[in-house]
Design a protein around this ligand. Structure first.
Ligand SMILES: C[S@@+](CC[C@H](N)C(=O)[O-])C[C@H]1O[C@@H](n2cnc3c(N)ncnc32)[C@H](O)[C@@H]1O
Length: 263
Protein backbone atom coordinates (compact mmCIF):
# COMPACT_ATOMS: atom_id res chain seq x y z
CA UNK A 1 0.00 0.00 0.00
CA UNK A 2 1.23 3.52 -0.69
CA UNK A 3 2.28 4.72 2.79
CA UNK A 4 -0.31 7.05 4.24
CA UNK A 5 -2.84 6.47 1.46
CA UNK A 6 -5.72 6.20 3.95
CA UNK A 7 -4.46 8.58 6.66
CA UNK A 8 -6.94 11.39 7.45
CA UNK A 9 -7.02 13.93 10.27
CA UNK A 10 -10.19 14.99 12.08
CA UNK A 11 -12.11 11.84 11.11
CA UNK A 12 -14.11 11.44 14.32
CA UNK A 13 -15.26 15.06 14.11
CA UNK A 14 -16.11 14.65 10.42
CA UNK A 15 -18.13 11.47 11.09
CA UNK A 16 -20.06 12.91 14.03
CA UNK A 17 -20.66 16.17 12.17
CA UNK A 18 -22.01 14.39 9.09
CA UNK A 19 -24.30 12.18 11.19
CA UNK A 20 -25.55 15.15 13.23
CA UNK A 21 -26.29 17.06 10.02
CA UNK A 22 -28.34 14.04 8.87
CA UNK A 23 -30.43 14.28 12.06
CA UNK A 24 -28.80 11.51 14.09
CA UNK A 25 -28.38 12.00 17.85
CA UNK A 26 -24.61 11.58 18.17
CA UNK A 27 -24.86 11.45 21.96
CA UNK A 28 -26.99 8.31 21.75
CA UNK A 29 -25.42 6.52 18.80
CA UNK A 30 -26.05 2.84 18.15
CA UNK A 31 -24.08 0.41 16.01
CA UNK A 32 -26.86 0.61 13.40
CA UNK A 33 -27.03 4.41 13.36
CA UNK A 34 -23.24 4.67 12.96
CA UNK A 35 -23.06 1.93 10.31
CA UNK A 36 -23.20 4.06 7.12
CA UNK A 37 -20.22 6.05 8.41
CA UNK A 38 -17.99 3.27 9.73
CA UNK A 39 -18.42 0.33 7.32
CA UNK A 40 -16.00 0.99 4.49
CA UNK A 41 -16.66 -1.77 1.95
CA UNK A 42 -19.13 -2.84 -0.70
CA UNK A 43 -22.52 -3.76 0.69
CA UNK A 44 -22.21 -1.89 4.01
CA UNK A 45 -23.45 -3.42 7.26
CA UNK A 46 -25.81 -5.82 5.46
CA UNK A 47 -22.78 -7.48 3.85
CA UNK A 48 -21.06 -7.70 7.25
CA UNK A 49 -24.13 -9.33 8.80
CA UNK A 50 -24.35 -11.75 5.88
CA UNK A 51 -20.72 -12.83 6.29
CA UNK A 52 -21.07 -13.03 10.08
CA UNK A 53 -23.98 -15.45 9.75
CA UNK A 54 -22.11 -17.53 7.16
CA UNK A 55 -19.10 -17.69 9.49
CA UNK A 56 -21.30 -18.95 12.35
CA UNK A 57 -20.54 -16.04 14.67
CA UNK A 58 -21.34 -16.91 18.30
CA UNK A 59 -21.18 -15.20 21.71
CA UNK A 60 -17.75 -15.48 23.33
CA UNK A 61 -15.84 -16.02 20.07
CA UNK A 62 -12.41 -14.40 19.86
CA UNK A 63 -12.12 -12.63 16.53
CA UNK A 64 -9.11 -11.00 14.84
CA UNK A 65 -10.24 -8.38 12.29
CA UNK A 66 -7.31 -7.72 9.97
CA UNK A 67 -7.47 -4.35 8.20
CA UNK A 68 -10.52 -3.51 10.30
CA UNK A 69 -10.44 0.19 9.48
CA UNK A 70 -12.76 2.38 11.55
CA UNK A 71 -14.16 -0.70 13.29
CA UNK A 72 -17.70 -0.82 11.90
CA UNK A 73 -17.46 -4.56 11.16
CA UNK A 74 -15.79 -5.22 14.56
CA UNK A 75 -18.53 -3.41 16.49
CA UNK A 76 -21.14 -5.32 14.48
CA UNK A 77 -19.46 -8.62 15.43
CA UNK A 78 -19.48 -7.43 19.06
CA UNK A 79 -23.27 -7.14 18.90
CA UNK A 80 -23.31 -10.93 18.33
CA UNK A 81 -21.35 -11.29 21.59
CA UNK A 82 -17.87 -11.70 20.07
CA UNK A 83 -14.64 -10.20 21.43
CA UNK A 84 -12.80 -8.52 18.59
CA UNK A 85 -9.20 -7.38 18.15
CA UNK A 86 -8.87 -4.97 15.23
CA UNK A 87 -5.46 -4.62 13.59
CA UNK A 88 -4.99 -1.88 11.01
CA UNK A 89 -1.97 -0.14 9.56
CA UNK A 90 -3.66 3.28 9.29
CA UNK A 91 -3.10 5.06 12.60
CA UNK A 92 -5.83 7.65 12.17
CA UNK A 93 -8.37 4.88 11.49
CA UNK A 94 -7.24 3.04 14.63
CA UNK A 95 -7.49 6.21 16.75
CA UNK A 96 -10.92 7.08 15.33
CA UNK A 97 -12.09 3.49 15.64
CA UNK A 98 -11.12 3.36 19.32
CA UNK A 99 -12.92 6.65 20.00
CA UNK A 100 -16.11 5.40 18.29
CA UNK A 101 -15.93 2.10 20.18
CA UNK A 102 -15.66 4.00 23.48
CA UNK A 103 -18.55 6.27 22.47
CA UNK A 104 -20.74 3.21 21.92
CA UNK A 105 -19.69 1.65 25.24
CA UNK A 106 -18.07 -1.36 23.55
CA UNK A 107 -14.49 -0.92 24.77
CA UNK A 108 -14.74 -4.11 26.83
CA UNK A 109 -15.44 -6.09 23.64
CA UNK A 110 -13.49 -4.36 20.87
CA UNK A 111 -9.80 -3.46 20.97
CA UNK A 112 -8.05 -1.42 18.25
CA UNK A 113 -4.34 -1.82 17.49
CA UNK A 114 -1.97 -0.42 14.90
CA UNK A 115 -0.29 -3.23 13.03
CA UNK A 116 0.61 -4.68 9.65
CA UNK A 117 -1.39 -7.58 8.24
CA UNK A 118 1.86 -9.11 6.98
CA UNK A 119 3.44 -9.14 10.45
CA UNK A 120 0.58 -9.88 12.83
CA UNK A 121 1.80 -9.43 16.39
CA UNK A 122 -0.58 -11.94 17.99
CA UNK A 123 0.06 -15.29 19.69
CA UNK A 124 -0.22 -18.35 17.45
CA UNK A 125 -3.47 -20.34 17.55
CA UNK A 126 -5.20 -17.68 19.67
CA UNK A 127 -8.33 -16.81 17.66
CA UNK A 128 -11.54 -18.67 16.80
CA UNK A 129 -12.23 -16.48 13.76
CA UNK A 130 -9.99 -14.40 11.52
CA UNK A 131 -12.05 -11.79 9.68
CA UNK A 132 -10.92 -9.58 6.83
CA UNK A 133 -13.22 -7.37 4.78
CA UNK A 134 -12.01 -5.39 1.73
CA UNK A 135 -8.48 -5.08 3.09
CA UNK A 136 -6.12 -7.27 1.06
CA UNK A 137 -6.40 -5.47 -2.29
CA UNK A 138 -3.24 -3.44 -1.85
CA UNK A 139 -1.21 -6.31 -0.38
CA UNK A 140 1.06 -8.02 -2.90
CA UNK A 141 2.28 -10.97 -0.84
CA UNK A 142 -0.99 -12.91 -0.53
CA UNK A 143 0.89 -16.13 0.31
CA UNK A 144 2.40 -14.56 3.44
CA UNK A 145 -0.90 -12.88 4.33
CA UNK A 146 -2.87 -16.13 4.38
CA UNK A 147 -0.11 -18.06 6.17
CA UNK A 148 -0.34 -15.36 8.88
CA UNK A 149 -4.11 -15.85 9.12
CA UNK A 150 -3.63 -19.61 9.49
CA UNK A 151 -1.02 -19.07 12.21
CA UNK A 152 -3.34 -16.82 14.23
CA UNK A 153 -6.21 -19.34 14.17
CA UNK A 154 -6.63 -22.23 16.59
CA UNK A 155 -7.06 -25.64 14.93
CA UNK A 156 -10.73 -25.86 13.95
CA UNK A 157 -10.87 -22.08 13.61
CA UNK A 158 -12.57 -20.21 10.78
CA UNK A 159 -11.45 -17.60 8.24
CA UNK A 160 -14.12 -15.23 6.88
CA UNK A 161 -13.24 -12.93 4.00
CA UNK A 162 -14.88 -10.35 1.82
CA UNK A 163 -12.48 -9.46 -0.95
CA UNK A 164 -12.54 -7.73 -4.33
CA UNK A 165 -10.82 -10.01 -6.87
CA UNK A 166 -9.86 -9.78 -10.52
CA UNK A 167 -12.77 -10.52 -12.86
CA UNK A 168 -12.56 -12.33 -16.21
CA UNK A 169 -12.04 -9.04 -18.11
CA UNK A 170 -8.84 -7.08 -17.53
CA UNK A 171 -7.39 -4.57 -16.91
CA UNK A 172 -9.03 -2.85 -13.94
CA UNK A 173 -10.10 0.76 -14.57
CA UNK A 174 -8.58 3.26 -12.11
CA UNK A 175 -8.96 4.98 -9.72
CA UNK A 176 -10.41 2.39 -7.36
CA UNK A 177 -11.14 2.98 -3.68
CA UNK A 178 -7.77 1.55 -2.58
CA UNK A 179 -5.46 2.77 -5.34
CA UNK A 180 -5.00 5.62 -7.78
CA UNK A 181 -3.30 3.36 -10.30
CA UNK A 182 -2.08 -0.17 -10.93
CA UNK A 183 1.15 0.30 -8.99
CA UNK A 184 -0.62 -0.25 -5.64
CA UNK A 185 -3.46 -2.62 -6.55
CA UNK A 186 -2.87 -6.36 -6.40
CA UNK A 187 -5.96 -8.34 -7.30
CA UNK A 188 -5.91 -12.00 -8.32
CA UNK A 189 -8.70 -14.07 -9.85
CA UNK A 190 -10.99 -16.12 -7.58
CA UNK A 191 -9.35 -19.45 -8.58
CA UNK A 192 -5.89 -17.97 -7.90
CA UNK A 193 -7.01 -16.64 -4.50
CA UNK A 194 -8.58 -19.94 -3.62
CA UNK A 195 -5.31 -21.70 -4.46
CA UNK A 196 -3.39 -19.34 -2.14
CA UNK A 197 -5.82 -20.06 0.70
CA UNK A 198 -5.71 -23.81 0.16
CA UNK A 199 -1.91 -23.75 0.04
CA UNK A 200 -2.00 -22.01 3.45
CA UNK A 201 -3.98 -24.98 4.80
CA UNK A 202 -7.55 -23.71 4.52
CA UNK A 203 -10.50 -25.73 3.29
CA UNK A 204 -13.24 -23.77 1.49
CA UNK A 205 -16.68 -24.15 3.08
CA UNK A 206 -18.54 -21.28 1.35
CA UNK A 207 -17.50 -19.32 -1.74
CA UNK A 208 -20.10 -16.76 -2.90
CA UNK A 209 -19.86 -14.14 -5.62
CA UNK A 210 -21.75 -11.19 -4.07
CA UNK A 211 -20.84 -8.62 -6.74
CA UNK A 212 -24.43 -8.00 -7.85
CA UNK A 213 -26.06 -7.84 -4.43
CA UNK A 214 -23.45 -5.47 -2.96
CA UNK A 215 -23.26 -3.14 -5.96
CA UNK A 216 -23.36 0.53 -5.04
CA UNK A 217 -24.74 3.37 -7.18
CA UNK A 218 -23.44 4.29 -10.63
CA UNK A 219 -22.58 7.85 -9.64
CA UNK A 220 -21.38 9.43 -6.41
CA UNK A 221 -24.30 11.92 -6.42
CA UNK A 222 -26.37 9.19 -4.77
CA UNK A 223 -23.92 8.71 -1.88
CA UNK A 224 -24.94 10.79 1.17
CA UNK A 225 -22.38 12.95 3.02
CA UNK A 226 -22.50 10.67 6.10
CA UNK A 227 -21.26 7.56 4.25
CA UNK A 228 -17.74 6.38 5.07
CA UNK A 229 -16.65 6.47 1.44
CA UNK A 230 -17.72 10.12 1.10
CA UNK A 231 -16.18 11.19 4.42
CA UNK A 232 -12.86 9.46 3.69
CA UNK A 233 -12.45 10.02 -0.05
CA UNK A 234 -14.13 13.45 -0.41
CA UNK A 235 -14.26 14.73 -3.99
CA UNK A 236 -12.05 11.87 -5.20
CA UNK A 237 -15.11 9.64 -4.74
CA UNK A 238 -16.80 10.71 -7.98
CA UNK A 239 -14.18 9.23 -10.30
CA UNK A 240 -13.86 6.14 -8.07
CA UNK A 241 -17.60 5.42 -8.20
CA UNK A 242 -17.72 5.87 -11.99
CA UNK A 243 -14.76 3.51 -12.46
CA UNK A 244 -16.24 1.08 -9.90
CA UNK A 245 -19.48 0.90 -11.84
CA UNK A 246 -17.60 0.01 -15.05
CA UNK A 247 -15.33 -2.47 -13.26
CA UNK A 248 -18.41 -4.32 -11.99
CA UNK A 249 -20.56 -4.07 -15.11
CA UNK A 250 -17.73 -5.14 -17.44
CA UNK A 251 -16.58 -8.03 -15.24
CA UNK A 252 -13.22 -6.48 -14.31
CA UNK A 253 -13.69 -6.77 -10.53
CA UNK A 254 -15.82 -9.25 -8.60
CA UNK A 255 -16.59 -9.25 -4.88
CA UNK A 256 -16.29 -12.58 -3.09
CA UNK A 257 -17.45 -13.61 0.37
CA UNK A 258 -15.93 -16.85 1.59
CA UNK A 259 -15.75 -18.92 4.74
CA UNK A 260 -12.88 -21.36 5.16
CA UNK A 261 -11.96 -23.89 7.82
CA UNK A 262 -8.53 -24.37 9.32
CA UNK A 263 -8.57 -28.12 9.93
C1 LIG B 1 -11.39 -0.23 2.44
S1 LIG B 1 -10.76 -0.23 4.05
C2 LIG B 1 -11.77 -1.48 4.85
C3 LIG B 1 -11.85 -1.28 6.34
C4 LIG B 1 -12.75 -2.28 7.08
N1 LIG B 1 -12.32 -3.64 6.88
C5 LIG B 1 -14.18 -2.14 6.65
O1 LIG B 1 -14.64 -3.02 5.91
O2 LIG B 1 -14.86 -1.19 7.06
C6 LIG B 1 -9.17 -1.08 3.88
C7 LIG B 1 -8.41 -1.15 5.18
O3 LIG B 1 -7.30 -2.03 5.04
C8 LIG B 1 -6.24 -1.50 5.81
N2 LIG B 1 -4.98 -2.09 5.34
C9 LIG B 1 -4.47 -2.07 4.09
N3 LIG B 1 -3.28 -2.70 4.05
C10 LIG B 1 -3.02 -3.13 5.32
C11 LIG B 1 -1.95 -3.83 5.93
N4 LIG B 1 -0.88 -4.22 5.23
N5 LIG B 1 -2.04 -4.11 7.24
C12 LIG B 1 -3.12 -3.71 7.98
N6 LIG B 1 -4.15 -3.03 7.45
C13 LIG B 1 -4.12 -2.75 6.14
C14 LIG B 1 -6.35 -0.02 5.56
O4 LIG B 1 -5.64 0.74 6.48
C15 LIG B 1 -7.85 0.18 5.63
O5 LIG B 1 -8.28 0.44 6.93
Amino acid sequence: MTAGYWEREGLERAILGALAAAGRDVDALTVDALAPADHFHGGGKAATDRLARLAGIRPGMHVLDVGGGLGGPARTLATYGAHVTVVDVTESFVRTGAALTARLGLADRVEHRVGDALALDVPAASFDLVWTQNSGMSILDKERLYLGFARALRPGGVLAIQEPMAGPVQPVIFPVMWARDASSSFLRTPPAMRAVMEAAGFRVRVWDDVTAETAGPGTADEIPPYFASRIIMGDALDAIVRAGHRNREEGRIVLIQAVLDRP
